[in-house]
Design a protein around this ligand. Structure first.
Ligand SMILES: Cc1cc2nc3c(=O)[nH]c(=O)nc-3n(C[C@H](O)[C@H](O)[C@H](O)COP(=O)(O)OP(=O)(O)OC[C@H]3O[C@@H](n4cnc5c(N)ncnc54)[C@H](O)[C@@H]3O)c2cc1C
Length: 491
């Protein structure tokens, strides 16, 4: 007696993508989500009329036809679409010595860079020219055609041979680090820090730790498909995937925390929910992180011990301090929506609190804040270790948020007087609401020093999707992981 064909644990973008596609392929799918709001790291929450993105706000190619974004490919086959607002410049990077507007059009950005370092601008062009052909080669093979097992080989050869051949000269780049491309093309220290910063924003690691295809994808998408913000915030993407899931006959159960994955003789049977209810299915897909899946959701005896050990040995990127603000918007016309502030050039950009990301999405979508107001999200990396809900907690929280306020003051000098709603999130908040091990951003797997683990597990019928599986962290990457897994489960 099965309750469904497939159970998906978690409604992050990876889980929802896999679930909705499998529903589209005719499977009966149940998604169990612990939280009362779907979307995981990409969920949007509402307080006193303000709609806050909990995480992502930077998107490329969500709606344009030429885009490589897997989210767009999945929404197309589900019969769903998004409304979005294109914008440019995509952001301002503020260093102590200069602020740099970054445009979708790389020529415009390089013109701005030439005002700071003319030689650096030329070197950056060489760097981009090395990476962009990889993006062009990727274009011929849609993610939607791929799967996470050997059966991808006949598909690639049978349907995509010309594109595959185009890819061959770029194969060495596929596993290369961005750092190796940078070493071969860029000497200028200012540009090297800029490249490190862009890699850090994407992967949580600097250039030598980040794989080249990740940056090639973003450079290509932002210059060729354009930067855009979904109307309604990240929730718009989540809602479109949920609509797709339901339209194709499957269901999402919110507030349904999975306590355990049920396994017998190394074969999955289903899941047990917190209240003891059991749901049975021959296939279970976990969208929980690698650490949570292998150490919390499975019993030690269900796994070869080498597996749980390897899972715990995967290094995590730090967690975050978040500052979510509702502010008065009077006099703030022509505000740019994205900013990155590096406080101190003598400190490494990865030092917690030194690099702060700011997003003000009501600049693009006024419905996210009450009239006359803006919604602000500022965040920076913060280690999980040392955080406890003790007597010190409130004080420490206020103190750690100051780096975010100082970053915001560079954009809106009187920000503190404008605040009508303040929410400060710590690594504990992040871990709690996102149900993520130590509130991590994702695995810190350095390029060249290991691969992201794939969807397979040693348990028959149990698979994994999300940012701790290939192809990695970020909304397009986790959507791709959902596609690879779903495709592998059908003929
Ligand atoms: C601050 C921040 C900013 C970011 N900015 C960007 C950006 O601008 N652009 C971009 O592309 N990416 C960005 N990212 C990265 C991106 O948001 C994530 O990589 C992606 O959303 C992760 O998706 P996922 O599928 O791995 O699952 P997650 O988002 O981790 O979702 C997993 C889901 O599983 C649920 N779950 C876990 N355990 C259980 C259980 N036992 N039972 C039931 N449910 C469970 C959780 O509640 C959660 O909903 C950002 C991330 C953060 C944190």
């Amino acid at each position: 007696m099965q309750d469904s064909d497939v159970i998906v644990i978690g409604s992050g973008i990876g889980g929802l993508t896999a679930a909705a596609l499998l529903a589209r392929y005719g499977k009966r799918v149940i998604v169990c989500e612990s939280h009362t709001i779907p979307g995981g790291a990409a969920h949007t929450f509402r307080r006193r009329g303000f709609e806050f993105d909990s995480g992502p706000s930077f998107y490329c190619g969500l709606t344009s036809t030429g885009s490589l974004n897997p989210v767009k490919q999945v929404l197309d086959v589900l019969g769903e679409s998004l409304e979005s607002v294109p914008y440019d410049p995509l952001g301002l990077y503020h260093f102590p010595e200069a602020s740099l507007p970054v445009y979708s059009n790389a020529d415009l950005t390089r013109e701005e860079i030439a005002k700071i370092t003319p030689q650096g601008a030329k070197e950056l062009k060489r760097f981009e020219e090395r990476l962009l052909p990889l993006y062009d080669a990727m274009k011929g093979i849609p993610t939607l055609a791929l799967r996470a097992d050997w059966q991808v080989i006949p598909i690639l050869i049978g349907r995509y041979l010309p594109s595959l051949l185009k890819m061959v000269p770029h194969l060495p780049l596929v596993q290369a680090s961005v750092g190796s491309v940078m070493d071969a093309t860029v000497q200028d220290p200012w540009i090297r820090r800029l490249i490190d910063l862009e890699c850090f924003l994407l992967s949580g690691l600097k250039a030598h730790g980040t794989i080249a295809p990740e940056v090639a994808f973003v450079l290509g998408e932002r210059s060729r498909a354009g930067v855009e913000y979904p109307v309604g915030g990240s929730a718009a993407i989540v809602k479109a995937l949920v609509r797709g899931l339901e339209r194709w006959g499957s269901q999402l159960l919110l507030g349904h925390h999975v306590e355990q994955i049920l396994v017998e003789n190394r074969k999955v049977l289903g899941v047990q929910l917190t209240k003891g209810e059991i749901l049975k299915a021959p296939i279970v897909i976990s969208n929980a992180s690698i650490w949570d899946t292998y150490t919390k959701l499975l019993r030690p005896e269900d796994l070869p011990s080498s597996f749980s050990k390897a899972a715990l040995n995967t290094p995590p990127v730090d967690s975050f301090m978040h500052l979510h603000l509702g502010i008065r918007a009077d006099g703030l016309e022509n505000l740019t929506g994205h900013h990155v502030v590096v406080h101190d050039s003598d400190k490494d950009i990865t030092v917690p609190g030194n690099t702060c990301m700011i997003s003000i999405p009501s600049v693009w979508d006024a419905t996210l804040a009450p009239e006359g107001h803006h919604v602000v999200h500022a965040y920076t990396l913060e280690p999980y270790a040392g955080w406890e809900r003790n007597d010190e907690y409130e004080h420490k929280k206020q103190q750690k948020a100051q780096t975010l306020y100082r970053a915001l003051e560079q954009i809106i000098p009187d920000i503190r007087e404008r605040v009508v709603l303040e929410l400060i999130g710590t690594p504990l908040t992040h871990a709690y609401y996102l149900r993520r091990y130590q509130g991590t951003y994702g695995p810190a797997i350095q390029a060249g020093q290991g691969m992201f683990p794939g969807s397979h597990t040693p348990i028959q019928g149990l698979y994994r999707v999300g940012d701790s599986t290939t192809p990695g962290i970020g909304v397009p990457a986790v959507a791709a992981s959902g596609i690879l897994c779903a495709n592998m489960l059908v003929k």
